[in-house]
Design a protein around this ligand. Structure first.
Ligand SMILES: [Zn+2]
Length: 496
């Protein structure tokens, strides 16, 4: 029966929700901040918020999750760990901040000297760090037997590359009542501690609110899929349990089989979710930078037979749609498996097209080949091809053309960009934020602003100090910078 879970058939995806915090702090270089700006945003939940906060940062954050006090104390003069925690409030802040936090915090610990230059705001960057486009990897079916490679291969590979991804959890499979020897929550928490975006993919992976007598295109007919309209279990209970076990906030959702019934979307909205992966587009499945419906987020499915690019480039004429397998999965498929060049093509072409569109792309993966093959993994990716893909997107990120992050931070950014408006500059060097609107708080996250000097100066270095935290600033050209700040976290000072 596990294989049923494994299937995310035909262009269907899988998504979930997450603590806002993670997104907020990811890019802070050189600081070990625990809490960063997450506090200001909506999502924090008590208890596990600590891990969430931790997850948001890159390395130190991870430590904070597991052992908050260590991170806090070590941060001493270093930076912001403590201060961040305090400032961010919420349980997470307190946990992460811990001992070290409170003491080290004091404004300006370590210190920023306010910049002597005078600045003005030019615009809000379309994507974090002024990247050309945004890109999210999502692994579906987490906790299912058919996707165990996400823990053993996916998570470690992402960590090695310094990248984050999204993981959609089949919540009822993490500690199934049917097998008390299984408990995958520790593995899920490791992903969170490493800064990844974790969200719900339902309780038991049914075709939610589909009609089994008239199956929607996205869902296999019975008995190859289970059907359920029990949203209290599949959406409500799944989210409650995920939050209880991990502390993530319930922001994003990915539908089993990528079948998103209107009633299910209505239910999620009623629960306060911010968005879902469930869109079907007409062309290249990249979300435009100004896409309007957060519950209609487009995505591109691996492998080749389910890809938008299945008959394009090196795949042309080589793939039988919905039939060709990415590799020899040992299940006796009568179709030759996909050429290596085809796999490379679909992976890189979607990234390239997303950058060209300056939008947001989502790559849907499931488990890994060959470790998950025998358990019926849906279109598993090999560790080698996965690593090559991470190399590719890391290169694009380093070049400034891609912001790689889980879907929740990207979704938050897209709407915070507009909901929060722009700060004003006071005193030449302080970004002053008006009291955030309800929508700004709802989507609140770190936003990147394009600024420039008004006095023809060209400071050699610049960073942002906000709430005892340091956030990044990057020089774009003489006197022009992109700087990060959280519009829900109070004024931010530009420091040398
Ligand atoms: Zn799935």
């Amino acid at each position: 029966m596990r294989t049923f879970f494994g299937f995310c058939v035909v262009g269907l995806a899988c998504v979930a929700s997450y603590a806002c915090s993670s997104s907020d702090s990811t890019t802070i270089p050189g600081t070990s901040s625990g809490g960063t700006s997450s506090g200001g945003s909506s999502a924090n939940s008590a208890g596990t918020a600590g891990s969430t906060v931790a997850g948001s940062t890159s390395n130190a954050g991870a430590n904070a999750a597991g052992s908050a006090s260590v991170a806090g104390s070590s941060s001493g003069g270093a930076t912001s760990a403590g201060a961040g925690g305090v400032a961010s409030g919420g349980a997470g802040g307190i946990t992460a901040g811990g001992a070290g936090g409170t003491s080290s915090g004091g404004a300006g610990a370590g210190g920023g000297t306010p910049s002597s230059s005078a600045f003005k705001i030019d615009s809000v960057a379309t994507w974090r760090g002024n990247a050309t486009a945004a890109y999210s990897i999502i692994h579906d079916d987490v906790c299912d037997d058919s996707a165990m490679g996400v823990f053993s291969i996916g998570g470690p590979a992402l960590k090695q590359h310094g990248l984050h991804a999204g993981f959609g959890v089949i919540v009822g499979e993490c500690k199934p009542a049917s097998d008390t020897s299984v408990n995958r929550w520790p593995d899920v928490k490791t992903l969170i501690a490493d800064g990844n975006d974790i969200f719900s993919h339902s309780w038991s992976h049914p075709c939610i609110d589909g009609d089994p007598k008239n199956p929607p295109d996205a869902c296999p007919a019975p008995p190859d899929a289970v059907y359920s309209s029990d949203m209290a279990t599949e959406l409500g209970k799944a989210g409650d349990e995920l939050k209880a076990q991990t502390g993530v906030s319930l922001d994003f959702f990915i539908f089993p089989y990528d079948y998103c019934a209107p009633a299910a979307i209505t239910y999620l909205k009623g629960k306060g979710y911010l968005g879902a992966r469930c869109g079907i587009g007409d062309g290249i499945p990249t979300n435009p930078s100004n896409y309007s419906d957060p519950f209609n987020v487009l995505y591109e499915v691996f492998g080749p037979a389910y890809s938008y690019y299945w008959n394009d480039g090196a795949c042309k004429g080589k793939i039988s749609q919905y039939n060709t397998e990415p590799y020899d999965l040992g299940d006796g498929s009568k179709y030759p498996f996909a050429p290596a060049a085809c796999i490379t093509h679909i992976m890189s072409q979607y990234v390239d097209d997303t950058i060209a569109a300056k939008g947001w792309g989502i790559r849907e993966f499931h488990g890994f080949h060959p470790v998950d093959d025998a358990m019926g993994a849906f279109e598993p990716i090999s560790a080698a091809d996965y690593g090559a893909h991470l190399d590719y997107i890391k290169g694009k990120q380093d070049a400034g053309s891609l912001w790689v992050e889980g879907p929740t931070p990207v979704l938050r950014y897209r709407f915070a960009r507009e909901a929060c408006g722009q700060p004003t500059v006071t005193g030449g060097n302080t970004l002053h934020f008006a009291a955030p609107s309800a929508d700004c708080k709802k989507y609140g996250t770190v936003v990147s602003y394009l600024i420039s000097t008004t006095d023809s100066s060209d400071p050699a270095t610049l960073k942002v100090q906000q709430g005892g935290q340091f956030l990044p600033a990057k020089k774009l050209s003489a006197g022009h910078f992109v700087v990060d700040a959280n519009p829900t976290a109070g004024d931010a000072v530009l420091v040398q």
